[in-house]
Design a protein around this ligand. Sequence first.
Ligand code: CDT
Length: 302
Amino acid sequence: TRIVRVGGAQMGPVARSDTKERTVERLIALLRAAHGRGCELVVFPELALTTFFPRWYAEPGEMDGYFETEMPGPATRPLFEEARRLGVGFYLGYAELSVQAAGARRFNTSILVDGSGVIVGKYRKIHLPGHSDYENERRHQHLEKRYFEVGDTGFRVWDAFGGRVGMAICNDRRWVETYRVMGLQDVEIILIGYNTPAADSLSDEPEELRMFHNHLTMQAGAYQNSTWVVGVAKAGIEDGHRLIGGSAIIAPTGEIVAQASTDADELIVADCDLDRCHYYRANIFNFARHRRPEFYQRIVSQ
Ligand code: CDT
């Protein structure tokens, strides 16, 4: 067995008026709770430092206060310091403003930080949902395509925490390719933060159905690639807009082994035995033996 005790640090809402310093204090409280329960890795949500600002329409530069230009920066350094002091690693989602010679680039980003406080991996969100301009017919806006570029990192896997760790962000979890590209790199645990509105802006899809799809996609991705999946929400009513909770730790069997029961700051914990990834990977999902990529070309052609 290769057990990694993982904490899923679900967050309740972060208001537009909350300071990053105050929000980081909440993250540190969750990190300490996870350390108290023996976790070596804690997963925080997508855009964990701020409200889900893509629901608001503005000129892109006007949102720069929600972005981080350095990591750690002044507001996030206490989180890194506490993680290093406790020896606990983490996944953190945040809005990244990367200032390069060619100009500013903005990404919806996650990082993987090891137990010594060092950033060992960075992922920039590839599947950006929503739209780039104000759309009148929507009950609420989802302007990720306005504020972020499509990520340029690809789906990578890192050797960390005694296993092979992958990252994805929110809408990525609904796409089979996300998991399969990492599955083909022998991923053993995929970390995913999310902010998912409880209502669709164009339909009357009930919240239960949206929660079902949340779990359906992550459970299928876990089983079909024989990997652990840790999905962690920012939940609850944020600036008047409801986000679903349902954070879950999912085994390579596709079974949920831990699940949040509130829409608030809540820690879920599971002992993830990375050796459990081997069983299906050696049998029903033995890729080398059973995959037929010669028939999958449509998937990668435009
Ligand atoms: N943050 C994020 O990617 N949310 C999307 C909402 C899609 S509805 C426009 C999600 O897939 O959960």
